[in-house]
Write a protein that binds this ligand. Structure first.
Ligand code: G4P
Length: 529
C-alpha cells in the first residue's frame, strides 16, 4: 500500500509549474498555443486571426478562448504531457498588465522568458525579469521568430548579459535566419534539427560532432563553416551547462526556434520538462516547509473578482506548496486564526473548469471567496505558519482619489480598504495628511477596475486626479530625517502598513536622489521591509 507521503512525492515529481514572461508581441500567445497542442489540450492551432482588433480590451487568453471556443481562465492552464502535469501561469501583458502579473510569478517554480529575436530584450521583459531575479526563480529562454531576419544570435546573448545581467548557455544554435534559416544544431544531442517548412516536423539528423563532413553536404560549405566557428566560440568562451547555476537563477539555458512555424517548440518542451525544477521547499516564518512531509498548505497569490453584477463572486487562487489537497477539507486560515472549509475548489484545464477532488504541490486551485481572503494569506491543514508575505511592487501610475458624494464617505473607505487588501490597487496616504489618499497601480486598467468596483459594489462614485509620478521606492523611517531631496518634485507617502515610500516623477529625479543619498537603500518593492 502506498503511503500518503509516497503518493505526494510521486505526484509532486510530475508537476512543472511555470510562467511565460515576455514583452507584448514577442509571441507568447502563439507559443502557449503550440505547447497546448503538444499536450493535446487543443486539437488545432494556426495563426489566431483577428486577435489584434480586440487586444486593448481583453487578455490574450480570453482571446484564445473566443477564437478556439475553449474555456481558459486568465490565471492558469493545465495540461498533461509525457506523464507530467504542466501548469502554465498567465502573466497578462498589454493593457491588462497589472500587479497581478508580478504576483503570479511568486506562484511559479520557473519561468520561460520569450524574446523576439529581431527586437532583443524589451522593457516589459526587463521588469518581469527583475521580479524573477529577486526571487531567484530559474529562467529558461526561448529566442523566437528565427524564421524572420533578426539580430545576430551572439548579440542576443550579449543583451542577456549586459541588460539583464544573466549568463546564458545556448542549448541549440541557429543556422541562418529569415529566408536562410536552415535549422538548429542541438548541442546536447549533437544533431542537426533541420527546418523543412512551417508546421513541418523538423528533420533530426545525427552527426558525430559539429565538424562532421555530412553537415557540409546538408548545409553548404559557408553555413557549415560559420556553424563550426560559432560552436567553437561557445565551447571556449561560453558558459558550460550547470544545473546548480540554472536552479539558482544565475544561468539561463537558451533555445532558438520559431513558435509560429512550430520549430524547436517540441525539443524545447522536452528539455524543459527534464530540466525545470519541481515544486521545492518554500520559506515560512517557521523555516522551510518540505513539500512532501508537511501536510497540505498553500498561499493566496491572486484574487479575481467577477465584474458581472449578476455574479459578484470572487475566486481566490491558491498555490499548493505542501501535502495533498482534498476537496472539502477543513484548513486553518492563519491570518484570521479561523477554520475554513475548502468545499468548491476548481481547477483549470485547458478545455474545462472542473471541480477538483485532489491536488498536489505545484498545482493551483481556485476557491470561492466570500470576502475573507487577502493576497498572501496562508492556509494549512496542520500547524500555524505563514509563507513569505507577498511584496508590494513599485506602481507606475498614481492618482489622488476623492469620493464625489461625501455622504458615501463610509462606503468609500470600506471599499478602499477591501480592494487594497485584495490587491486591486495600492493605497497610500500622504504623510501627515491622512485624508489625502493616493492610489498606485502597475497597469492603467487597475484604476478603471477600481473605479468601477467602488461604484458597483460599494455605491461610492469617485474622482481620480492623475499625479505625475512614475516610480515608488520604499525607505526605512530612520533614513527619512536626513534624506536630501527636492520637495517640489518628489512626494513622501505611507503605505497601508505605515511604511514610508517616496514617489518620483521620472528616472532623472530618482537617480538624482539616489546619487545624493548613497547610504540610503531605496527598495523597488516592499520586500524585506
Ligand atoms: P504576444 O502574445 O506575445 O503578444 O504575441 P502573439 O503570439 O500574439 O504574436 C505576435 C505576432 O508575432 C503575431 O503576428 C504572431 O503571428 C507573430 N509571431 C509569433 N511567433 C512568431 C514566429 O515564430 N515567427 C514569426 N515570423 N512571427 C511570429 P500578428 O501579425 O500580430 O498576427 P497574425 O496576423 O500573424 O495572427
Amino acid at each position: 500500500m502506498q503511503t500518503l507521503q509516497e503518493e505526494v512525492s510521486i505526484e509532486m515529481r510530475k508537476r512543472r509549474t511555470f510562467a511565460i514572461i515576455s514583452h507584448p508581441d514577442a509571441g507568447k500567445t502563439t507559443l502557449t498555443e503550440k505547447l497546448l497542442l503538444f499536450g493535446g489540450a487543443i486539437r488545432e492551432a494556426g495563426s489566431v486571426k483577428g486577435r489584434k482588433a480586440n487586444r486593448h480590451a481583453t487578455s490574450d487568453w480570453m482571446e484564445i478562448e473566443k477564437q478556439r471556443g475553449i474555456s481558459v481562465t486568465s490565471t492558469v492552464l493545465q495540461f498533461t504531457y509525457r506523464d507530467c502535469h504542466i501548469n502554465i501561469l498567465d502573466t497578462p501583458g498589454h493593457e491588462d498588465f497589472s500587479e497581478d502579473t508580478y504576483r503570479t510569478l511568486t506562484a511559479a517554480d520557473s519561468v520561460v522568458m520569450l524574446i523576439d529575436a529581431a527586437k532583443g530584450v524589451e522593457p516589459q521583459t526587463i521588469k518581469l525579469f527583475e521580479v524573477c531575479r529577486m526571487r531567484g526563480i530559474p529562467i529558461f529562454t526561448f529566442m523566437n521568430k528565427l524564421d524572420r531576419q533578426g539580430k545576430e544570435p551572439l548579440d542576443l546573448l550579449e543583451e542577456l548579459e549586459n541588460i539583464l545581467g544573466i549568463r546564458s548557455c545556448p542549448m541549440n544554435w541557429p543556422i541562418g535566419m529569415g529566408s536562410d534559416f536552415k535549422g538548429v544544431f542541438n548541442r546536447q544531442e549533437q544533431c542537426l534539427e533541420r527546418y523543412v517548412g512551417r508546421n513541418e516536423k523538423p528533420e533530426k539528423i545525427a552527426v558525430s560532432d559539429v565538424e562532421d563532413a555530412h553537415l557540409t553536404e546538408l548545409l553548404g560549405e559557408q553555413a557549415h563553416e560559420k556553424l563550426q566557428e560559432d560552436i567553437l566560440l561557445l565551447d571556449i568562451a561560453g558558459d558550460p551547462f550547470d544545473f546548480d547555476r540554472v536552479r539558482a537563477g544565475q544561468l539561463t539555458p537558451v533555445f532558438f526556434g520559431s513558435a509560429i512555424a512550430n520549430f524547436g517548440v517540441e525539443t524545447f518542451l522536452n528539455q524543459f520538462i527534464d530540466l525545470a525544477p519541481l515544486p521545492g521547499p518554500r520559506q515560512t516564518d517557521q523555516g522551510q516547509m518540505d513539500p512532501v512531509t508537511t501536510p497540505f498548505s498553500g498561499f493566496v497569490f491572486k484574487i479575481q473578482a467577477n465584474m458581472n453584477p449578476a455574479h459578484r463572486d470572487r475566486v481566490a487562487f491558491i498555490r499548493i506548496c505542501t501535502g495533498k489537497f482534498e476537496r472539502g477539507m477543513n484548513v486553518h486560515h492563519v491570518r484570521t486564526g479561523k477554520k475554513t472549509s475548502l468545499s468548491q475548489p476548481q481547477q483549470f484545464f485547458a478545455q474545462d473548469r472542473a471541480i477538483v477532488e485532489t491536488a498536489y504541490p505545484g498545482d493551483i486551485i481556485g476557491i470561492f471567496d466570500p470576502g475573507t481572503f487577502q493576497i498572501g494569506d496562508t492556509l494549512c491543514e496542520k500547524g500555524n505558519f505563514q509563507f513569505e508575505k507577498l511584496p508590494l511592487f513599485s506602481p507606475e501610475h498614481f492618482a489622488r482619489v476623492t469620493v464625489k458624494d461625501t455622504m458615501k464617505h463610509k462606503q468609500f473607505h470600506k471599499g478602499l480598504e477591501q480592494l487594497a487588501q485584495e490587491g486591486a490597487v495600492q493605497v497610500f496616504r500622504i504623510a501627515n495628511r491622512t485624508e489625502d489618499i493616493v492610489l498606485g497601480a502597475v497597469g492603467q486598467l487597475q484604476f478603471e477596475v477600481f473605479e468601477h468596483r467602488l461604484q458597483a459594489e460599494y455605491g461610492a462614485k469617485v474622482e481620480l486626479y492623475r499625479l505625475p509620478y512614475q516610480f515608488a521606492r520604499w525607505i526605512a523611517e530612520s533614513d527619512l530625517a536626513s534624506l536630501y531631496y527636492d520637495r517640489s518634485s518628489c512626494l513622501t507617502v505611507k503605505d497601508l502598513h505605515d511604511r514610508y515610500v517616496m514617489l518620483f516623477p521620472d528616472e532623472y529625479s530618482l537617480r538624482f536622489v539616489t546619487d545624493k543619498n548613497p547610504e540610503v537603500v531605496f527598495h523597488p518593492t516592499s520586500y524585506g521591509l
